[in-house]
Design a protein around this ligand. Sequence first.
Ligand SMILES: NC(=O)c1ccc[n+]([C@@H]2O[C@H](COP(=O)([O-])OP(=O)(O)OC[C@H]3O[C@@H](n4cnc5c(N)ncnc54)[C@H](OP(=O)(O)O)[C@@H]3O)[C@@H](O)[C@H]2O)c1
Length: 148
Amino acid sequence: MEIKGAVALATGGNRGIGRAFARALLGHGAAKVYAGVRDPASVPDADVVPVRLDVTDEESVAAAAAVAGDVTIVINNAGVGGASTKLLEGSFDGARQAMEVNYFGTWAVSRAFAPVLARNGGGALVNMLSVASWVGQPEFPGYAASAR
Ligand SMILES: NC(=O)c1ccc[n+]([C@@H]2O[C@H](COP(=O)([O-])OP(=O)(O)OC[C@H]3O[C@@H](n4cnc5c(N)ncnc54)[C@H](OP(=O)(O)O)[C@@H]3O)[C@@H](O)[C@H]2O)c1
């Protein structure tokens, strides 16, 4: 994967690991980095280009793929923990949200940006995973299943 001169997009690039990805890409010579975020005003870095993107909303994902049509690197980083769902009790809401964001969201972004990457000569699709995808933890059963 060639970063120097590349145009990249990191979902959730406004904070946490996604912001670190954005900073690292620019630090390694990327020409432009988009942050795919639910709230463009939440991107604190002036050298990162905010793009509105909710990974659970297919229209939003398609719109972001149209706006960021020059990308050659896409980083699927956006994710949620779903920690409110316990294994043997309580609501499934947290686990459902984890599946929507971590599993289907990653799939939706990959599907929407695959033709963009192909059109731009190939590029790279990077998925931010978790050790939880190999070793399930009873405290985070929804997250483990969703952690692609
Ligand atoms: N932290 C860890 O120890 C760890 C370990 C292994 C893997 N991971 C994975 O690494 C990734 C980032 O983790 P993190 O710790 O940096 O998480 P974080 O600080 O909680 O940040 C999560 C990011 O995902 C975004 N996001 C959530 N739902 C979204 C949606 N529907 N559409 C678009 N963006 C959405 C958030 O945006 P908002 O600001 O709008 O909420 C935020 O930018 C996640 O996929 C996580 O599963 C983290």
